[in-house]
Design a protein around this ligand. Structure first.
Ligand code: CA
Length: 361
């Protein structure tokens, strides 16, 4: 194992406060049995950051287990289509999957909170809520009936608001807008008079370029440039109100999980946590580089959403979430936990990150 990877695994184990690691595990739970798993993903093949993060996850597991658990990575469409990942892992067609929980709102509306909520928690806060604020316990409980065990496994950090083929100067400009925007953000756009569309990453460029859609949010400068979106639309808006820090998920089939010895279970858990941290670091570095490139591109205009547009989107977000919570007691429970964490964090963030960033202006 490379020293760099040992360090990554060690720091992740320390962060996890992991007590069931192989060093502490009892000798009798360690077997020499070998496993080959498949992980199906919602990402295009080797997609920068998201897809490559899954390759990293597979490599960490293989290295830490000395090859006792190998994971073969399948991009969207290679084994199954992107949006069948949840079902495929649920029924055991694949042992693992990687994607974002808001893709599965058709299974359970509450899933969306474990990916991203418009005007909600950012990446640091998502980690705080999931690992130390009860969020992950709720997530496990909600996926349990689907035969799935979820792990946070990646976060892009705050995204951008997306690419538009016309300027957005007022709330009225959102009316009639056909936009690729998943999850609750899409519901909010609908209330604002637009038409949300959910497309996998591989289909966004063509849809935007041909005019099948008027706008698309994807991730941020790093991924958007890689997908060529800057060549499909002119106006690039910020901030990504719709996804302030989406957590990506690794889901594991419960039956497959139970067949793993304890030390391999610990390796999977810690590898997910290491990737969760690693991806955030990569996005921080690469988004900044790609933004510099976009700012020098004369065919692109990087713009802030007007304040009144953001205020209206925020008002509509609350309306969507309150309505979901009124209809679904599970959403109500998750929203209650999420909102309490958000309100508490808000006060701390104001005098820490926010106050500090203001000093650097
Ligand atoms: Ca997005």
């Amino acid at each position: 194992m490379k020293r760099r990877d040992l360090l990554a695994a060690g720091s992740a184990a320390a962060l996890a406060g992991c007590s069931a690691g192989p060093d502490q595990g009892s000798g009798e739970t360690r077997s020499q049995e070998r496993f080959t798993w498949r992980i199906v993903t919602t990402w295009p093949p080797n997609f920068p950051g998201l897809g490559t993060g899954v390759n990293t996850l597979a490599r960490y597991v293989e290295e830490m287990s000395a090859g006792r658990l190998r994971i073969r990575v399948y991009a969207a469409g290679e084994l199954i289509p992107a949006f069948e990942v949840f079902d495929a892992v649920s029924r055991g067609t694949a042992e693992m999957g990687h994607g974002a929980a808001y893709y599965w709102r058709g299974k359970t509306e509450a899933a969306q909170f474990f990916a991203a909520m418009p005007f909600g928690l950012n990446a640091h806060e998502m980690n705080g809520w999931l690992y130390y604020g009860g969020g992950l316990d709720l997530w496990r409980e909600i996926y349990e009936p689907f035969n799935l065990i979820p792990f946070p496994a990646g976060n892009t950090g705050v995204q951008t608001g997306g690419w538009f083929n016309k300027p957005i100067e007022s709330v009225a400009d959102l009316r009639g807008l056909k936009m690729r925007i998943p999850g609750i953000g899409g519901e909010v756009l609908k209330l604002a008079g637009g038409t949300p569309v959910n497309l996998p990453g591989s289909e966004i460029f063509t849809s935007l370029q041909t005019g099948a859609i008027d706008a698309a949010e994807w991730v941020g400068p790093y991924n958007d440039v890689a997908a060529g979106l800057h060549q499909a639309a002119r106006y690039y808006y910020y901030p990504g109100w719709q996804e302030p820090g989406p957590t990506l998920e690794c889901i594991v089939n419960k039956g497959a999980w139970e067949q793993l010895p304890e030390d391999l279970q610990a390796i999977v858990r810690v590898a997910c946590q290491a990737v969760n941290q690693d991806m955030t670091a990569e996005f921080m570095a690469r988004n900044a580089q790609a933004l510099e490139q976009l700012e020098q591109d004369e065919s692109v205009e990087v713009r802030a959403f007007p304040d009144d547009v953001l205020a209206e989107l925020k008002r509509l977000t609350l309306q969507v979430v309150e309505s979901l919570a009124a209809d679904d007691p599970t959403v109500a429970r998750v929203w209650d936990s999420y909102r309490q964490f958000l309100q508490q964090s808000e006060r701390w963030q104001r005098i820490s990150e926010q106050a500090y960033l203001e000093t650097r202006r």
